[in-house]
Design a protein around this ligand. Structure first.
Ligand code: HEM
Ligand code: MG
Length: 300
């Protein structure tokens, strides 16, 4: 039931391609824009049935300012992203996430999206993500080992039934640039200490054998005995020869879970920073809210 009410880019696993569009809302006619949201939604459904084998999904999410223009009730944790450490805030109004097993289908939906929102939004950032062999990120470590599977995706990714924003999700997008020249000079044993997992097969290194500043050490958190879980849909992007990195993308039932991981990575809790940050530079950052399909129709 939950998944029927959720937007369709939140839960799928193992997509091959992601198109990430971040935009500002410039519409002079918000009522028309609302109608276009419905048109877009119908287009997504139509393409999902025309290309049934393509694993196509799409979500549209809103920044704090944009949401306030469209609805009088604001999800309680939604707020603009603010800079943290060396991570900039580039908060946008809208995030459109398209994922698929087939790039041609994903791209066709991205073009349809631009056509439907023409005049209402300006695209500020467009990133094309892709899967690498064995689902490794550009550090060549497997990314997503601790990502939830099965029912846990619903549990960690969608606000539960009964909440006013049921089946919606909080979102962080943060693009990172990787410095592979520096990273590849680090011996594998040391790289494993940076990540907190083994490189070949992604086995977790126990806390007593890894630094507390390892990436896993910074992000595997619990509070009052409760794990702070998120659902990651990040993908590598960029060129083999030019700029490349990770488009980090997380969905969560609570913005707090994502925010606490970030604060812990960037030294705002105990003054210690994530070792991974010596090898990657954050260049964008925004928080959004992806409403359920029902809620999206309500604001349309
Ligand atoms: C785990 C890479 C940024 C949250 C991991 C793992 C890798 C990785 C290789 C281990 C395998 C896995 O469980 O997926 C990266 C890279 C990043 C990045 C290359 C940036 C360039 C972030 C950010 C957050 C985050 C910004 C949160 C705001 C997590 C979490 C885990 C994880 C929650 C699982 C921890 C656990 O419970 O074991 N990441 N990550 N990552 N990362 Fe990241
Ligand atoms: Mg763990």
């Amino acid at each position: 039931m939950a998944s029927i009410n959720a937007q369709t880019a939140i839960l799928p696993m193992h997509c091959k391609y992601g198109i990430f569009l971040e935009a500002s809302l410039v519409s002079k006619d918000l009522n028309q824009f609302r109608k276009q949201l419905l048109v877009f939604n119908n287009k997504v459904e139509q393409m999902r049935s025309s290309f049934a084998g393509a694993g196509l999904g799409a979500s549209i999410a809103f920044g704090f300012d944009a949401w306030k223009k469209l609805s009088s009730n604001v999800p309680k944790e939604l707020r603009p992203f603010v800079p943290i450490g060396n991570a900039p805030a580039t908060q946008r109004d809208l995030f459109i996430h398209i994922l698929s097993l087939e790039f041609d289908v994903a791209f066709a939906l991205a073009q349809a999206c631009l056509e439907e929102f023409h005049g209402h939004i300006n695209i500020e950032e467009e990133t094309h993500g892709f899967r690498r062999l064995e689902e490794r990120d550009l550090t060549n470590f497997i990314d997503g080992t601790e990502n939830p599977v099965g029912d846990k995706r619903v549990l960690f990714g969608l606000i539960p039934k009964g909440d006013p924003y049921e089946y919606g999700s909080y979102v962080l997008t943060q693009r990172y640039v990787h410095h592979l020249d520096k990273w590849t000079k680090v011996p594998i044993k040391e790289q494993e200490q940076v990540i907190g997992r083994t490189k070949e097969d992604s086995i977790e290194i126990p806390p007593e054998k890894r630094p507390i500043t390892s990436h896993v050490g910074r992000t595997d958190l619990s509070e009052d005995g409760k794990d702070l879980k998120i659902l990651r849909q990040s993908l590598p992007y960029g060129k083999a020869s030019g700029e490349h990195g990770l488009y980090f993308l997380a969905y969560s039932t609570s913005l707090h879970n994502i925010d606490k991981q970030l604060k812990n990575m960037f030294g705002q809790i105990d003054g210690k920073t994530d070792l991974l940050l010596d090898f990657v530079t954050p260049v964008s950052g925004s928080y959004y809210f992806a409403p359920s399909l029902l809620e999206l129709k309500k604001i349309s």
